[in-house]
Design a protein around this ligand. Structure first.
Ligand SMILES: Nc1nc2c(ncn2[C@@H]2O[C@H](COP(=O)(O)OP(=O)(O)O)[C@@H](O)[C@H]2O)c(=O)[nH]1
Ligand SMILES: [Mg+2]
Length: 194
């Protein structure tokens, strides 16, 4: 999908990438952010340099998803899972609009995935956020690794009622990276009643 103009109304939404250490959260964010930077560059060269580009806080990676007459501009955050940082984690979570849970598909990481899901529920509880009110999607990353569980097995463990959109991914190669945030953007729009 491409942005079609500079004057579409924008909705900004903060999205958090949650998941056990080394599951690929930063890899996802880096990939999306570089896709966005390339699109912005293309747009800039196609319309000339006369228009000042609307950019958010330069430090925060972003990814824009166009829907008809508006654009959902997602600001992408990740949180350190270490308990030492738990206060920081809560600070980041407080005003989020959506969550991408990045699970590590490797069999030996299943316990870490499950623990992290339960930490996430605790964190949400501490922030007075109801998990059923915040759009959540799951990504089963590192499907390329030999010890990876199938997406079916991961769903059984992490999404047993198939309540949430989920997808297998190889974030390192950009596979299955855009879909989760695009689904999330759509769900965020629906929640906002747009
Ligand atoms: N094989 C493989 N490695 C990946 C994939 N995604 C991320 N990685 C690697 O996993 C490591 C941890 O990734 P990172 O994004 O830093 O994890 P984070 O701790 O969740 O932010 C890095 O060496 C990545 O290159 C993937 O899809 N397949
Ligand atoms: Mg990271």
């Amino acid at each position: 999908m491409e942005l079609r103009g500079t004057d579409l109304p924008e909705i900004r939404a903060k999205v958090i990438f949650y998941g056990p250490g080394l599951s690929g959260k930063s890899t996802n964010i880096r990939y999306l952010s570089s896709l966005q930077t390339n699109r912005d560059k293309q747009r800039r060269s196609s319309i000339g340099h006369s228009i000042e580009f609307h950019k958010g806080s330069q430090e925060i990676p972003e990814y824009a998803v166009p829907f008809g007459a508006c654009v959902v501009r997602l600001q992408l955050f990740s949180v350190p899972m270490s308990l030492f940082y738990s206060e920081n984690r809560l600070r980041v979570i407080r005003d989020i609009c959506g969550v991408v849970f990045v699970a590590d598909s490797q069999e030996p990481r299943m316990q870490a995935n499950l623990e992290c899901l339960s930490y996430m529920r605790e964190d949400f509880h501490k922030c007075h956020l109801a998990l059923d009110k915040i759009p959540l999607v799951l990504q089963y990353n590192k499907q390329d690794v030999e010890s990876a569980c199938s997406t079916g097995r991961l769903r059984e463990l992490l999404n047993p009622q198939y309540q949430y959109f989920d997808i297998g991914a190889c974030a390192k190669w950009g596979i299955g990276v855009a879909e989760p945030v695009e689904v999330l953007a759509q769900q965020i729009l629906v929640r906002m009643g747009k």
